[in-house]
Design a protein around this ligand. Sequence first.
Ligand code: DX5
Ligand code: ZN
Length: 229
Amino acid sequence: MSFDRQIKIAPSILSADFANFGQEIQAIEAQGADWVHVDVMDGHFVPNLTFGPMAVKAFRPHVKTVMDVHLMIAPVDPYIDAFADAGADVLTAHVEAGPHIHRTLQAIRGAGMKAGVALNPGTPAEAVAHLLDLTDLICVMTVNPGFGGQKFIDMTGKIRALRDMIGDRPIHIEIDGGVDPKTAPLVAEAGADVLVAGSAVFKGGSVDNPEAYGENIRNIRAAANGVWA
Ligand code: DX5
Ligand code: ZN
């Protein structure tokens, strides 16, 4: 994985057909997805359940780009090796998931993955100030995590603060929740480079009609880059 700050669109397969993940992943990549975002939920840290490392391992052969795994689980540490074995490229843990996020990020890198740290909407940018040297990606949640299709919460002030804090460090700013062609320019302008989008990518499409995914991805990217499609 090389580092750049170009806009990257990371469709969340939380909005895919759960009976057909392999073909869904292939379809979004063929239609221009830069990364594939995988939402792991435990029914404890968030009020929803999705899938664990065995499912993520089954997704791996279908992902030719970057497998970006967002853990909405607590605790995290007992599962880090399992997600490394499953083939995660980026593994993101929430700063709110436990008292030892510093140790968690060290362990994620130690297991050979890029380390991400996610912030709930109620958590300030300063929560990562002492983690920058251990972090490859900061995920700013623009919804309260747990479900796709929620309304965007404006976190542009937090994104700007993080962008200033990061300076020249090779750290991605990822936005997760309610990203669509209307909200993408706001977060891109504030300094984000990885845009997760679930419902806005998958709406109107299917593996039999993947062109709709392509149009949705192009529209989000164009909006983020300041060129309305
Ligand atoms: C929410 C997840 C998101 C979600 C985004 O808890 O982390 O990745 O799938 O979905 P949309 O784009 O529909 O808000
Ligand atoms: Zn997510």
